[in-house]
Design a protein. Structure first.
Length: 127
């Protein structure tokens, strides 16, 4: 089975859940790009993100109500749509459907469970 690179987009106030999720995806044997692992000291962050988006086949967006208006979210979402990436939105349980960014409304999303449960669902989606 060839490994598919997954780009994880998340708000930094959600970094502990995102890290547990990334660990769980790695346990499923998936190749992923996670900024905490892949951006090296001294590396230009915007260039690293741009390159990772280009090299990834899928982009997972971890969304919470507090993070939905982030400029980084809209940059990464716009890039993923323009590059025709497979996009997998993952919403927190308290996320109101009316607050979902318009480009994501047309996609089936997942509701966040535990990091392990959610990683299993993503692994099935990219298989």
């Amino acid at each position: 089975m060839s490994k598919k690179k997954i780009f994880i987009s998340y708000a930094h106030d959600d970094d502990s859940w995102a890290k547990a999720f990334a660990d769980a995806l790695a346990k499923h044997g998936l190749s992923l790009w996670f900024d905490q692992w892949n951006i090296k000291p001294g590396e230009k962050i915007s260039e690293a993100i741009d390159q990772a988006l280009r090299e990834s086949e899928s982009v997972v967006f971890l969304l919470r109500p507090e993070s939905v208006n982030s400029p980084n979210l809209f940059f990464e979402l716009g890039a993923a749509v323009a590059m025709r990436k497979k996009i997998i939105p993952i919403l927190s349980e308290d996320f109101e459907r009316s607050k979902i960014p318009i480009p994501l409304l047309q996609m089936r999303y997942l509701v966040r469970g535990t990091p392990d449960q959610t990683a299993e669902e993503v692994a099935k989606a990219v298989a």
